[in-house]
Design a protein around this ligand. Structure first.
Ligand code: AMP
Ligand code: ZN
Length: 123
């Protein structure tokens, strides 16, 4: 089975290190939406080796600095969807790094918590 993230072209690549790569999401939810993936193909965050988690973390930090310079966002969301019922659609682990901007949605309070309906109302 072919995997779009195993086939990311060198042209799309923003940065990489020994175990991870970063590139822009093809269908960004905000300007600068970046995906950070391990080079090895596997689907779940929970399968990642510690050196892969560290490599991903380092690219998140580097890419955040680059996004700050290029787009000057006002906030960020970092998120990982795990499994079909966690919302994952591409079965190659990827961390979403999403810059957020003042006014990009009417009421930003709650951030990624809003991706899931509350079972208990938040005050
Ligand atoms: P998820 O739903 O968490 O599995 O996220 C998959 C993400 O991959 C979505 O944000 C898509 O917009 C993005 N995406 C799908 N195909 C590609 C591709 N070929 N290159 C870059 N991003 C992609
Ligand atoms: Zn893959």
């Amino acid at each position: 089975m072919s995997c779009p993230f195993c086939e990311i072209s060198p042209k799309q690549l923003l940065r990489e290190n020994e175990y991870a790569k970063a590139f822009y999401d093809l269908y960004p939810v905000q300007k600068g939406h970046t995906l950070i993936i391990p080079k090895r193909h596997f689907s779940s965050y929970f399968e990642a080796a510690e050196e892969e988690v560290l490599a991903i973390h380092r690219l998140i930090q580097e890419q955040k600095k680059a996004l700050d310079k290029e787009f000057a966002p006002d906030g960020y969301n970092i998120g990982v969807n795990i499994g079909e019922y966690g919302g994952q659609t591409v079965p190659h682990l990827h961390v979403h790094l999403i810059p957020r901007y003042n006014g990009d949605i009417e009421d930003p309070r709650g951030g990624i918590r809003k991706a899931i309906p509350n079972i208990v109302q938040y005050p």
